[in-house]
Design a protein around this ligand. Structure first.
Ligand code: ADP
Ligand code: TRP
Length: 324
């Protein structure tokens, strides 16, 4: 079913584990949307619901987050005609291939994963799913012969792990998979949060993508400022990224900060206005998306995803010796 192999294939996934923030949008979702608008690309966007089980323990909550994230994808500009949008759990090939990879990589190798170590250090449950997470991610990607994976900087190592899983498989069973590359867009690989650290759901330093104007205002007002300087660095850094998204010039931003030297409140107000320019049209689109639309998109996405990976999985089963 890998119909048009001359096209470049793009895939990313996000976990339905909470509300999207502007770091998710700028680091992963927007780059995917931009790539999906190029007719030379074939694009897949996945809801990583099995990955979310590493942290979400409430079925209703997972269902709700899944529904919300699909709505967010569509509101953010994902065009269902250019993108195969599907839930990971609706294609059993992901789990199946991840097990094969788990049997090829070693525990010491997985133990070096920064993401696993960071999450456990932050108090997250060190469950075995979290530990083998990178091998499920590897399966997500290589099942579809993906060339490029738009992600934030924190996922770089996971792409290295994916390539390592591919190499291990090839050494054992012969060539089969493509080696995917990460796409980390300069300037938005690590969008800073309100405390200056990487914006992340788990740091509680986010600016929500689909918050109300009041929620965005509250988050921006909470950006930590250093009273020793004239320029609020964290505000400026986030503003620089938002300016780029709006296609406005850095010179103009520099002038704004120069004009308002020491006036943190005015600069934060200006940042709220600029974030609103990015977010308001999406918020409007979001309100118009119906549950039925979501259901239909997911259903056709699941069918397409299963069909796309079926041939690959048949070859895997044959190579590893479980088909007769
Ligand atoms: P979080 O850290 O908030 O839990 P996720 O792990 O769900 O975010 O990330 C989903 C996607 O968004 C990944 O591709 C990730 O690299 C990207 N991403 C997350 N936070 C940022 C950020 N602050 N800057 C850029 N990209 C980010
Ligand atoms: N690990 C990614 C994250 O935490 C989510 C993810 C799962 C993913 N499978 C993927 C990203 C495949 C890109 C490709 O954000």
């Amino acid at each position: 079913m890998l119909s048009s192999l001359s096209k470049k294939r793009i895939l990313t996934g996000l976990q339905p584990s909470g509300a999207l923030h502007i770091g998710n949008y700028l680091g992963a979702l927007k780059p995917l949307i931009d790539l999906s608008n190029d007719p030379e690309n074939e694009t897949f966007l996945m809801v990583a619901d099995y990955h979310a089980l590493t942290s979400v323990r409430d079925g209703n909550q997972l269902r709700e987050h899944t529904h919300q994230i699909v709505r967010d994808y569509l509101a953010a500009g994902v065009n269902k005609d250019n993108v195969t949008l599907f839930r990971q759990s609706e294609n059993p090939h992901h789990m199946e291939l991840s097990w094969v990879f788990n049997c090829l990589v070693t525990v010491p190798f997985l133990m070096q994963a920064h993401s696993y170590k960071d999450k456990v250090a932050k108090g997250m449950d060190a469950n075995a799913g979290l530990f083998t997470y990178p091998m499920l991610m590897a399966a997500d990607i290589v099942l579809y012969d993906i060339d490029f994976v738009p992600v934030g900087e924190d996922q770089r190592q996971h792409l290295e792990y994916t390539r390592e899983a591919v190499t291990k498989f090839h050494n054992a069973y012969g060539e089969l998979f493509k080696e995917p590359k990460e796409v980390i867009v300069k300037g938005v690989g690590v969008v800073p949060g309100t405390d200056g650290q990487k914006m992340s759901k788990s740091y509680k330093n986010t600016i929500p993508l689909f918050g109300t104007r009041e929620e965005i205002q509250k988050a921006v007002m909470s950006i930590v400022t250093d009273s020793s300087g004239d320029k609020p660095e964290h505000v400026f850094n986030i503003h620089t990224i938002i300016y780029r998204v709006l296609g406005k010039s850095q010179v103009e931003l520099d002038a704004l900060y120069h004009e308002h030297t020491g006036k943190y409140k005015a600069l934060k107000d200006a940042l709220v206005e600029d974030i609103e320019k990015v977010v308001a049209p999406m918020r409007e689109r979001r309100a118009a998306i119906t549950d039925d639309q979501i259901r239909r998109i997911l259903m056709s996405g699941a069918e397409k995803a299963r069909a796309e990976s079926a041939l690959k999985m048949t070859v895997v089963r044959e190579r590893i010796g479980i088909s007769f």
